[in-house]
Design a protein around this ligand. Structure first.
Ligand code: COA
Length: 323
């Protein structure tokens, strides 16, 4: 696989840590020191499809190809606009990618990595040739804005890449999931509210609609699993830690990123960070960072990159790519 274009889009509205300290008992000092986050972009009505569409169009423009050339759109999102139609189809309509087959994929914050792996498998099989892989989220819709333990962490946004087949480029991935630990990070209102079987079902917003998280458990999981799966993918790719130009990690918490750098003995210059501007944008975080690096010209001389993420499910993964 080769990435021939990148794009991203974030809502215009910026919410600072000080803004949040007006609605919950928190402070810029607490949020900055515990997470590294300074502000986040929050949708004022843009949906995941709106943000994903802009990111996709930017990626197509960057690749220099027309929407009609795309034959598959995979959208990674845990915040789709609707279950029906899927949000990738909404993006197809808005981008004019009329020849594409479209589906959504949800693996929370690992979603973009899983979508990229899916794209790679389709490209390798020859089933599709030009694939838009998008991560788009409006996490702000799933946040309980009175819960200071989660509301300070997340933001909205979208990132996209155009991927095409190229057998000369090595692509290796490892992934994993642990459904037994799923309860440490939940959301999405899955309780059955059906008047046919439950006459008390007066409220369509289920009790578990909002995101709930055991932050310390997620932290411990991330700081052990991310370096472990990066080592695994390096072994599988027959590369050393130093062979990698950039480690593009899911942007959740700067302390997690520093811990990964330390555990892998990687200089932090090789691990770019932008979470101070965006917070955790879930499946969008890796493609937004990729797009920033690309547009800053930093990928021009880079040969090898590793992407790695983790998230609800629990899910995790690491991918080695030759550029
Ligand atoms: N502002 C001020 N105080 C806060 C706060 C906030 N926004 N959120 C929590 N606190 C308080 C807690 O209530 C607790 O108070 P107490 O000691 O009086 O009980 C104290 O701060 C410490 O809380 P704790 O949970 O131990 O903090 P922490 O150092 O573990 O940091 C996280 C919390 C959420 C930042 C951290 O655990 C984390 O980043 N976890 C991973 C989350 C993540 O990445 N999720 C996304 C996965 S894709």
């Amino acid at each position: 696989m080769r990435i021939i274009g990148t794009g991203s889009c974030t809502p215009l509205k910026i919410v600072t840590n000080d803004d949040l300290s007006n609605i919950v008992d928190t402070s810029d000092e607490w949020i900055s020191t515990r997470t590294g986050i300074k502000c986040r972009h929050i949708s004022e009505g843009e949906t995941s499809a709106d943000l994903g569409t802009k990111a996709a169009l930017n990626a197509l423009d960057n690749a220099g190809i027309k929407p009609e050339a795309v034959d598959l759109i995979i959208l990674a999102s845990m915040t789709p606009d609707s279950m029906l139609p899927n949000t990738a189809c909404r993006i197809q309509e808005k981008t004019g990618a009329v020849n594409a087959t479209c589906f959504d994929l949800n693996a929370a914050c690992s979603g973009f990595l899983f979508a990229l792996n899916t794209a790679n498998a389709f490209l390798t099989s020859g089933m599709y040739n030009t694939i838009l892989v998008i991560g788009a989220e409006t996490v702000s819709r799933t946040i309980d804005w009175s819960d200071r333990t989660t509301c300070v962490l997340f933001g909205d946004g979208a990132g996209a890449v155009v991927a095409v087949s190229d057998n000369s480029k090595k692509y290796t991935a490892v992934t994993g999931s642990d459904g037994i630990k799923g309860s440490v990070l939940t959301g999405g209102g899955t309780v059955l509210k059906n008047f046919l079987v439950n006459s008390d079902a007066t409220n369509l917003i289920a009790d578990d609609y909002y995101m709930k998280m055991n932050g310390q458990e997620v932290f411990k999981f991330a700081v052990s699993k991310v370096p472990e799966c990066i080592r695994q993918v390096l072994d599988k790719s027959e590369k050393n830690v130093d062979d990698i130009d950039y480690y593009i990690l899911h942007q959740a918490n700067v302390r997690i990123i520093s811990s990964v750098a330390k555990r892998l003995h990687v200089c932090e210059d090789k691990i770019p960070v932008n979470l101070h501007n965006y917070g955790n944008t879930s499946a969008a975080s890796i493609p937004i960072l990729l797009d920033e690096l690309n547009r800053a010209g930093k990928l021009k001389d880079a040969k090898n990159i590793v992407l790695s993420g983790f998230g609800g499910g629990l899910t995790w993964g690491a991918t080695f790519m030759e550029l």
